[in-house]
Ligand binder design. Structure first.
Ligand SMILES: Cc1ncc(COP(=O)(O)O)c(C=O)c1O
Length: 362
C-alpha cells in the first residue's frame, strides 16, 4: 500500500537498545549471562518500589491521575520548586521528545554534542529539524564549539551532564559562562540522567539555573539510580510557560499508575539510593583496577558506566563478549569504533566482564 510519509521520517534509523539478557540466553544456550549494556541499576529495583507497585495492582482499572498529582507534589517539595515547573514523562525520553515536538519545526536547528545519547538525534530529525552535532573536545562537551554553531535557526540545545558515553562532566564555571552567552530565544536542555552518581562536588545542577533569564530545562529519571528503568518514569524541570506547552501536547496519562506508585515509593527509599551510589563508586574503582591490570585504556567516569578502549573492532569485541555470556555496548554507532561502554554491575558481574575481556582481548 502506498502512503505518503515525510522523508525525514522515512530516513530515520530506529533507536537500537542494549541486547536483552533473555535474547542472548536463547541464542547462545547460556543460562547465566550478564548484562552491562544499558546503564541500569546493578541492585535491581528499590524493594519499597516493588511493594508499592504490588499494592497498586488492584487499582489498575483506574486512570492514573491521582498518582501524577502526588508524584509532582513530592518532587516539588523535595526540589523546592512549584508544581508548575515539573512535567512527568514516560521516562525522560518522553520529555526529550516533547521538547522537540514543542520547539522544533521543519528546517529549525538543534545543537547537540557528537557523540551523545542517540535519542536526541532521532527526535530532532523526527520533527524535520536539523541536528547540528558538535564534536567532543578531549572527550568532553565543547561548549564554546556549541556557541559557535548557534544560528538564527537554532531553537534547542541538548547537553548531558554527566555525558553519555564518556562519563565526563561540564564544570560549573564553563556551564555558567555558556548560559550567560546564550540568546534568550534558545532552550538549553541539561540531561541529568546520571546526576545521582556524580562524585565531583563542583558539578552544577540544572535546577540552579531555572530562574535565570535564559531558558534552562533539567531532565531527570527514575531509570538509573532509582532502579526503575522498566517502569518508565522521568521528569523535566522548566519554566512554567514551557511546562504548560509540554502539557498541551503530552498524552493525558503518559505515566502509568504502576510507574507512578513505584516512583513515589522509590523517592522515599533513601537507603536504596545511598546503597546504589556507594556500590557504583566501589565497583567503578574495582573495574578501573582490573582494567589497569589488563593494560586496557578507559575513561574515568562520573556516571554508572565507563567507556573502554578495546583497541580492536568494537562490534567484533561485542560479539566475542556475547559468546562469553557478557552483554556490553559497542560504541561504533556513537562514533567510537574501537570502544565499548559497560555499566557497573555487582562484583561477580564485573569479575565476569574482566575475565571475558581477558579472553577476548588476548
Ligand atoms: C543521557 C541519557 N538521557 C536519557 C536517557 C533515557 O532515560 P529514560 O529511561 O528516563 O527514558 C538515557 C538512557 O540511557 C540516557 O543515557
Amino acid at each position: 500500500m502506498k502512503i505518503s510519509v515525510p522523508d525525514h521520517i522515512r530516513s530515520l534509523k530506529p533507536y537500537v537498545a542494549g541486547k536483552p539478557l533473555e535474547e542472548l540466553e536463547r541464542e547462545y544456550g547460556i543460562t547465566d549471562a550478564v548484562k552491562l549494556a544499558s546503564n541500569e541499576n546493578p541492585l535491581g529495583p528499590s524493594p519499597m518500589a516493588v511493594k508499592a507497585v504490588q499494592d497498586s495492582l488492584e487499582t489498575m482499572h483506574r486512570y492514573p491521575n491521582g498518582g501524577s498529582y502526588e508524584l509532582i507534589g513530592r518532587l516539588s517539595n523535595r526540589l523546592k520548586l512549584n508544581r508548575e515547573n515539573i512535567v512527568l514523562g514516560n521516562g525522560s525520553d518522553d520529555i526529550i521528545a516533547l521538547l522537540a515536538q514543542v520547539l522544533l519545526q521543519a528546517g529549525d536547528e538543534a545543537i547537540l554534542p557528537r557523540p551523545s545519547f542517540l535519542f536526541y538525534d532521532i527526535v530532532i530529525r523526527g520533527c524535520g529539524a536539523i541536528p547540528v552535532g558538535v564534536p567532543l573536545k578531549s572527550h568532553s562537551t565543547d561548549l564554546d564549539g556549541m556557541l559557535a554553531r548557534i544560528s538564527s535557526k537554532t531553537r534547542l540545545i541538548f547537553v548531558n551532564n554527566p555525558h553519555n558515553p564518556t562519563g565526563s562532566l561540564i564544570s560549573r564555571e564553563s556551564l555558567e559562562t555558556f548560559i550567560a552567552a546564550l540568546p534568550t530565544n534558545i532552550v538549553l536542555a541539561i540531561d541529568e540522567a546520571y546526576f545521582e552518581f556524580v562524585k565531583d562536588r563542583g558539578c552544577p545542577a540544572s535546577i540552579d539555573y531555572l530562574q535565570s533569564d535564559k531558558i534552562v530545562v533539567g531532565l531527570r529519571t527514575f531509570s538509573k539510580a532509582y532502579g526503575l528503568a522498566g517502569l518508565r518514569v522521568g521528569y523535566g524541570l522548566m519554566p512554567s510557560f514551557l511546562a504548560d506547552l509540554l502539557n498541551r501536547v503530552r498524552q493525558p496519562f503518559n505515566v502509568n499508575s504502576l510507574a507512578l506508585a513505584g516512583a513515589i515509593a522509590a523517592l522515599e527509599d533513601e537507603n536504596f539510593l545511598t546503597e546504589t551510589v556507594a556500590l557504583v563508586h566501589d565497583e567503578l574503582a574495582f573495574l578501573y583496577r582490573g582494567l589497569d591490570d589488563l593494560a586496557v585504556e578507559y575513561l574515568e567516569s562520573q556516571a554508572n558506566f565507563c567507556l573502554i578502549r578495546v583497541a580492536k573492532n568494537a562490534d567484533e569485541v561485542f560479539e566475542d563478549l556475547l559468546k562469553q555470556g557478557v552483554i556490553v555496548r559497542s560504541m561504533t554507532s556513537y562514533g567510537y569504533p574501537d570502544c565499548i561502554r559497560v555499566n557497573v554491575g555487582r562484583r561477580h558481574e564485573n569479575v565476569r566482564l574482566l575475565e571475558a575481556l581477558k579472553v577476548v582481548l588476548k
